[in-house]
Design a protein around this ligand. Structure first.
Ligand code: NDP
Length: 287
């Protein structure tokens, strides 16, 4: 039969995870601080534990999806974790994940940390392409791989429990940079009578066309040769900077999102790296 498991935390994400496991026929024990959310799932076949400790005792595999690291502390404080396989899908920093792994080890549990690269509507919908980054106990991951793959794809990134959080934050940081660029682009077209819905397809296609540039960056970071295959060198790109700043000024758009990146490009150029592309900016950021 299907592996039975426990899930603590029935917020938007926890509820979506619960529904995916129930729909796939996994016996599921749930607990949530606010009982009403568990009652709704009971009607769909979940067993509802009286408290968090009882939920943990119900199954060797225990998944938690709570608001933050402090809530994990509160919820698991009274539970006996000895012999449990603890999977923590609560977002946090790499340092929190590493501390939690050590905390779990001291209590006799195996530990896997997860970073969910999906929003709740993508959970249990394989076509949506959502996945969860996992790091920590490889044994735990291998043993429960099939069960973990029910709500979303699985990507194991290493034994260091902090890596899932690090990858998660890195990916989301890149996303925010992209959103920042898109905000500036929309601000520019908002200053004229341009239909944003007509502009959006051009923007989306351009971002997609540019995305593979990260492979060149990665190759250069690995080889150490930042001039490898460069089509648009830094000298040329920095020469173009006034066009971006002047256009923004002339259209009455703030340059506050663009300036920090341009400053880094200029600093790298000033160090004599005009034949490189943009990869050198990475080195300026690492302290
Ligand atoms: P919600 O705010 O919807 O739910 C939070 C959950 O944590 C609820 O079950 C809540 O219980 C519980 N909780 C909060 N504080 C405490 C506490 N002190 N003691 C006990 N339980 C507590 O958040 P989500 O479900 O959306 O998110 C859960 C995790 O998943 C977060 O770490 C989030 O970053 C991550 N995540 C969420 C995504 C999303 O799009 N939603 C995407 C990727 C990751 P109660 O019902 O009693 O309030």
């Amino acid at each position: 039969g299907k592996t039975s498991l426990t899930l603590l935390g029935l917020g938007a994400m926890g509820t979506a995870l619960a529904r995916a496991w129930l729909a796939a026929g996994h016996p599921l024990t749930v607990w949530n601080r606010t009982p009403a959310r568990a009652a709704a799932l009971a009607a769909e076949g979940a067993r509802v534990a009286d408290d968090a400790a009882a939920a943990v005792a119900a199954n060797p595999l225990v998944v938690v999806c709570l608001l933050d690291d402090a809530s994990v502390d509160e919820v698991l404080a009274g539970a006996d974790l000895a012999g449990r396989d603890l999977v923590n899908l609560t977002s946090g920093t790499p340092a929190q994940a590493r501390a939690r792994a050590e905390w779990a080890r001291e209590r006799g549990a195996r530990y896997l940390d997860g970073g969910i690269m999906a929003v709740p509507p993508m959970i249990g919908v394989p076509e949506a392409g959502g996945h969860v980054l996992y790091s920590g106990s490889r044994e735990l991951f291998e043993r429960h791989r099939e069960t973990l793959a029910v709500p979303a794809g699985t990507t194991y990134v290493g034994e260091d429990a902090g890596f899932a959080a690090l990858y998660d934050v890195a990916l989301l940081s890149a996303m925010y940079g992209m959103f920042a660029g898109a905000a500036h682009a929309f601000a520019l077209i908002r200053t004229e009578d341009i239909d944003p819905t007509a502009f959006a397809p051009l923007l989306a296609d351009w971002l997609v066309a540019m995305a593979p540039a990260v492979h060149q960056t990665a190759g250069q970071l690995r080889s150490g040769d930042y001039t490898e295959g460069v089509a648009s060198d830094l000298a040329m790109q920095v020469a173009g900077v006034p066009t971006f700043l002047d256009t923004a000024e002339q259209q009455g758009v703030s340059t506050e999102l663009l300036r920090p990146y341009f400053e880094l490009m200029r600093r790298r150029l000033a160090e004599g790296s005009g034949a490189e592309g943009l990869t050198g900016v990475v080195d300026l950021l690492v302290r």
